[in-house]
Design a protein around this ligand. Structure first.
Ligand code: B12
Length: 499
């Protein structure tokens, strides 16, 4: 009976910790033919010591880490090095977005023995079986491993839809109630994933690279069972859906929305403008009854040309239309944009600022998220998309091709953490970086996010008043007084900590 430790290295603050769903899904799969323990670094801030202590007790056959690019890399490296040093014989497995997108980079590290690409449940279960002598490693789909100095990439695993009977082992988290958080949705908001994958193939998105355009909705019975567990067993009063893209084809959505309309738990989700615009009035009625509060919609750009280039599949006029539609239905659209693309960098950015102003005119409640456009390196795309379109080489400020990191340590450097978080890019001038910062400062003070529960009303009101003349007259540059006020107020940043 193989025993596996599953670790979620720290990525966010204790108060922003949400169910580590990747590990719960993996644990459910591993426990069919063995056992597992989950250690969540978002809750256990001393997770490295806890892991080493668990290994010191013996009986662990493998350690699996969930690794996302960005701020989770440094703690993942630190943990892996500590394990390698104290227990060199224990196999270390990396899974999740980082090893899926950057498989060779992950394997380049001496402390990563196996990289699991895309969905991990079956691959990890087969790997721990193979490590215990059951079956050859070469046959495990979705696994990458090392033979001497060579990296071996076994064929990919086909997309696996969710199991309708699956029960996530929440009890492995100690008291699962500690993951319910006070958000603008409610006093005890739970994170939940219902559907898997996304059928769209936007070139910039890690989800396409992970699922290759596949999607699977859950059975309505499973959704109802899981939501009832969250509501009646744990006491959750609202839900943040982590689904890569919640609204799919209308006919298939109706049974799911009926479940949600029955439970009436205010909710948040990722959605697309076109999908929302295609819903009929009767479905909108269900959406209202189910109490959808906010939909995060990737608007990305006001330029139709750029939207085509990144294969978004929506148009700028649909973004404007959906802002109005949401207003009529009492849903807040949270619209995200990617500014400073590698070509026409300044023009596109200024054009986006104007477009955001237009959206605010149409629906002042719209929440706006501004990211820097940081495309995935060509090697990180899903294999079926790689090289399909001759994408322009990315050039830095000196006109030299951007060279992406080749080791996890390099990806953990601040400039590459920023790249992974869509916060900075090598083609950004200081002037434009400052201009974006200033615009965002004025915008978020003029329209403080409703997701901020900490800042008192009077402070938000003060910020709004201070920022209003700057916003009105487009005087974004050097908002020193707002920067100063922000140091005291510290408005929540949904793009960093989510709800
Ligand atoms: C919750 C969440 C977070 C949480 C923390 C999650 C955590 N680890 O505790 C927070 C809010 C902190 C967060 C932060 C970020 N996130 Co995030 N996040 C998510 C979200 C919404 C849900 C994750 C989840 O639980 N999924 C459900 C589980 C079941 O799926 P999964 O994690 O993919 O796990 C499967 C496989 O990946 C694999 N797997 C995963 N781990 C492991 C481990 C092992 C050992 C194995 C074998 C397999 C394996 O098997 C699992 C089961 O099949 C996803 C979107 C999504 N729906 O996945 C984005 C997502 C993962 N985040 C993403 C990003 C980019 C970020 C950021 C780095 C940047 C940003 N601007 O958002 C930030 C960092 C911000 C910062 N601090 O500055 C991207 C990743 C894409 C990429 N290019 O890497 C996603 C896909 C969103 C998106 N569409 O862009 N995030």
């Amino acid at each position: 009976m193989p025993h596996t430790l599953l670790i979620n290295p720290t990525i966010t603050s204790r108060s922003s910790a949400r169910f580590p769903l990747a590990l719960l899904n993996l644990a459910a799969a591993l426990d069919r033919r063995g056992s597992s323990r989950v250690i969540d670094g978002n809750v256990d801030r001393d997770f490295i010591r806890t892991t080493l202590h668990a290994l010191d007790q013996g009986g662990v056959d493998a350690v699996g880490l969930s690794v996302m690019g960005g701020p989770q890399l440094a703690p993942s490296i630190e943990l892996s090095q500590a394990i390698r040093q104290r227990h060199p014989q224990v196999p270390i497995v990396w899974g999740g977005y980082f090893p899926t997108l950057y498989t060779d980079t992950a394997l380049a590290a001496p402390y990563v023995d196996y990289a699991i690409r895309a969905q991990g449940e079956q691959t990890m279960a087969e790997l721990v079986g193979a490590l215990g002598g059951q079956g050859p490693i070469e046959k495990i789909a979705g696994l990458s491993w090392k033979r001497g100095d060579e990296h071996v990439h076994n064929p990919s695993r086909h997309f696996v839809p969710g199991d309708p009977a699956l029960q996530l082992p929440y009890d492995k988290l100690g008291d699962p109630r500690q993951y319910l958080a006070r958000t603008f949705l409610g006093r005890r908001t739970a994170g939940h994933q219902a559907a898997l994958g996304c059928r769209f193939r936007c070139t910039f998105c890690g989800v396409n690279a992970m699922f290759g355009g596949a999607t699977a909705l859950p059975a309505a019975q499973r959704l109802e069972r899981e939501l009832k567990y969250l509501k009646y067993e744990l006491g959750a009063d609202s839900v943040q859906f982590f689904d890569h893209n919640f609204f799919d084809r209308e006919v298939e959505m109706i049974p799911l929305l009926e479940v949600m309309a029955k439970l009436e738990m205010p909710w948040w989700c990722y959605a697309r403008a076109d999908a929302l615009l295609n819903l009929s009035e009767s479905t909108w009625k269900l959406v209202r009854k189910s109490r959808l509060k906010m939909a995060y919609i990737g608007a990305e750009s006001p330029s139709g040309k750029m939207l085509k280039e990144i294969r978004k599949g929506t148009r700028p006029d649909q973004t404007l239309e959906v802002a109005e539609l949401c207003r009529r239905n009492g849903v807040i659209p949270e619209l995200s944009f990617m500014v400073a693309p590698p070509v026409d960098t300044e023009e596109e950015t200024e054009h986006t600022f104007e477009f955001i102003r237009e959206l605010k005119r149409i629906n002042p409640a719209s929440e706006i998220i501004v990211y820097i456009y940081t495309p995935l390196p060509e090697s990180a795309k899903h294999e079926t998309d790689r090289g399909k379109r001759a994408s322009m080489p990315l050039l830095d400020l000196n006109g030299e091709p951007v060279v992406f990191p080749a080791t996890p340590e390099e990806w953990a450097q601040p400039q590459w953490v920023d790249y992974a978080c869509h916060a900075d890019a090598p083609w950004l001038t200081d002037k434009l970086r400052k201009r974006i910062h200033d615009f965002v400062t004025v915008l978020r003070c003029r329209y403080p996010t409703v997701q901020d529960m900490r800042t008192p009303r009077w402070a938000k009101h003060g910020l709004r008043t201070m920022a209003s003349w700057r916003y009105r007259y487009r005087r974004y540059d050097q908002p020193w007084e707002l920067d100063l006020a922000n140091r005291w107020v510290k408005l929540r940043m949904p793009q960093v900590s989510s709800l």
